[in-house]
Write a new protein. Structure first.
Length: 64
């Protein structure tokens, strides 16, 4: 994957994404929510995908 090659070359990558595969393969997640618009924009989780699955009540964690 292109993103993997960029990281392997020593680059840092910031991605705004909803794709589950991209999120699962990330080193670090910053989950914003809890909804969109005026009800969004709050940081509701930061950590690894594993930490998210094991300890977050966020909607994103539910789908990972």
């Amino acid at each position: 994957m292109l993103l993997d090659r960029m990281v392997d070359a020593g680059n840092s990558i910031v991605v705004v994404e909803h794709n589950q595969q991209i999120i699962r393969n990330s080193d670090w997640i910053i989950d914003l929510g809890s909804e969109g618009g005026e009800k969004g924009g709050n940081i509701i989780f930061t950590g690894t995908p594993k930490e998210m699955v094991e300890g977050s009540q966020s909607i994103t964690a539910k789908y990972l």
